[in-house]
Design a binder for this molecule. Structure first.
Ligand SMILES: Nc1ncnc2c1ncn2[C@@H]1O[C@H](COP(=O)(O)OP(=O)(O)O)[C@@H](O)[C@H]1O
Ligand SMILES: [Mg+2]
Length: 216
């Protein structure tokens, strides 16, 4: 059985990650590829419990290292209980955020240092690196505006990260671009200011260019 493909979506708040994960799942489904949609933090029951500690409450709820450790604990649960078994069964896994978010949020924006996030990533992610990472790039204020409009559909109040400073969100955007520059084989940056359908067309192009299973 061939290992499934692992695709991650990254970017700041309101960049369009959740929207584009749904669109990619639908496009793959049309090609007869059943892909699993998942998210971080979360993606497994135990990891979703940790999520609830992270996505609500005041921005300073956690010290940056504690936050990185919680995220990696959740990631380990996600990897061991869902991602690795699915990939081994030949299923595709599409994750809304993954390890690059910890690099960007805690490593860069919360100033923990990327040496720390890289060490945790080596320990937890190991060889289970994404085959492709789509980075949705949008100016921080634009993304936050979109996220604010969406709040009506977010009754859980998962707004902790949206309440970090504008400077924090600007740093995040630059961080994701740095991550892409450092790993151009894996990462594709897409201008997410474009209309939703244009963004998804570019994502589909990146996916078909990379994977023979869906090549046109
Ligand atoms: N390309 C786009 N242009 C304009 N609005 C968008 C676009 N993509 C998504 N949106 C809208 O912006 C909001 C945030 O999108 P979402 O996918 O939830 O972002 P994220 O998961 O990255 O935080 C949603 O209301 C969504 O409908
Ligand atoms: Mg989302």
């Amino acid at each position: 059985m061939m290992r499934g493909k692992f695709i991650t979506f990254e970017g700041g708040e309101g960049a369009g990650k959740s929207t584009q994960v749904r669109r990619l799942i639908a496009a793959l489904d049309k090609r007869g590829i059943e892909a699993l949609a998942t998210r971080e933090p979360g993606g497994a029951p135990s990891a979703e419990e940790i999520r609830s500690l992270l996505v609500s409450g005041p921005p300073d709820r956690w010290r940056p290292l504690s936050e990185a450790l919680l995220l990696n604990a959740a990631r380990n649960e996600h990897l061991e209980r869902l991602i690795r078994p699915a990939l081994e069964e030949g299923r595709w896994v599409i994750s809304d955020r993954f390890a690059d978010s910890t690099t960007a949020y805690q490593g860069y924006a919360q100033k923990l240092g990327t040496d720390v996030t890289a060490a945790l990533e080596a320990l937890v992610v190991g060889d289970t690196k994404p085959d492709l990472t789509i980075i949705l790039d949008v100016p921080a204020d634009r993304g936050l505006e979109r996220a604010a409009v969406r709040e009506g559909r977010n009754p859980e109040g998962e707004t902790r990260y949206e309440r970090f400073s504008m400077r924090f969100h600007e740093t995040l955007r630059q961080a994701f671009l740095e991550i892409a520059k450092a790993d151009p084989q894996r990462c594709v940056v897409i201008d997410a200011v474009q209309p939703e359908a244009d963004v998804s067309a570019q994502i589909w192009h990146a996916v078909t260019a990379r994977f023979a299973e869906v090549a046109t």
